[in-house]
Design a protein around this ligand. Structure first.
Ligand code: ADP
Ligand code: MG
Length: 259
């Protein structure tokens, strides 16, 4: 085991599935800039996402959705408050601990996919794990690509793929390490309805069958309604929440907060 893996094991210490919350934000504020120019992208946000649950985050553009995901995943530091990930307080965790968590405990699907243009789909999927020094089996890579419906696109480069296919490559890459928590910023935003259904079924299986947790940003009430809970942000604050949502519940609240 590498030092890095040891550290990750120490960070995990059997907690991802034992911890009751996959993600917990306690009174989190994130200010960008300083003084009069400071913008509170998150303003005193408290949120708990139970282990083995699927949470959707909604809200107008600029309401703080991406900032919330980044802070919860340890990709960004909070200005005030506390962040717990799989039971571990990561608020002041050193960078190497956060790096280990990113490699072993979380998966992240970015809004802009962040694929590497010179690498094929399968190379993109394997890249973060290889970068971390892990041995990656081609079968495993092919398995996750097949899982997102891209078995026949493994050797294509991003420019040879549609936006929806690129988004699914990014999802496969985030799922390769079987993360305890998968964060996804609009994972179905570029997908046609058939691909969106494939991805949503995959996410549901992760949550129900594998006990993984999903925290996802979406603008689509039909997508949000697949989650166990929907949280609404406005101006950096949580303004509403619906558990066991229906599409109609979500659409009504959305009209209220975006209207
Ligand atoms: P959303 O994802 O809901 O569209 P964001 O979390 O991206 O919103 O942004 C929330 C607010 O924080 C916006 O006012 C945005 O301009 C600001 N913001 C986000 N990231 C940065 C940054 N790196 N530097 C300065 N301001 C930022
Ligand atoms: Mg965003």
């Amino acid at each position: 085991m590498s030092r890095d893996q040891h550290r990750a094991a120490g960070v995990r210490s059997g907690t991802p599935f034992a911890a009751r919350s996959a993600v917990e934000l306690r009174r989190v504020t994130r200010v960008f800039g300083s003084g009069n120019a400071g913008v509170a992208a998150l303003d005193d946000v408290s949120l708990s996402c139970p282990t083995g649950s699927w949470t959707a985050i909604m809200g107008p553009s600029g309401s703080g959705k991406s900032t919330l995901l980044h802070c919860a995943a340890g990709l960004d530091r909070v200005t005030r408050g506390q962040v717990l990930l799989a039971g571990n307080d990561i608020t002041a965790a050193p960078d190497d601990v956060l790096t280990a968590l990113r490699r072993h405990t979380i998966g992240f699907v970015f809004q802009g996919f962040n694929l590497i243009g010179s690498l094929t789909a399968e190379q993109n999927v394997a890249f973060p794990a290889k970068l971390a020094g892990a041995r990656v089996s081609r079968d495993e890579v092919r398995r996750v690509l097949a899982g997102v419906g891209l078995a026949d696109r493994a050797r294509h480069r991003p420019r040879e793929l549609s936006g929806g296919q690129q988004q699914r490559v990014a999802l496969a890459r985030a799922m390769l390490s079987r993360p305890a928590v998968l964060f996804a910023d609009e994972p179905t935003g570029a997908l046609d309805s058939g691909s969106a259904r494939t991805v949503l079924e995959l996410l549901r299986t992760m949550v129900t069958a594998a006990g993984q947790s999903v925290v996802m940003v979406t603008h689509d009430p039909a997508v949000a309604a697949r989650a166990d809970a929907v949280v609404f942000l406005a101006d950096g604050r949580i303004v509403d929440r619906v558990d066991a949502p229906t599409v109609r519940d979500v659409a009504e609240r959305l009209a209220r907060w975006e209207g």
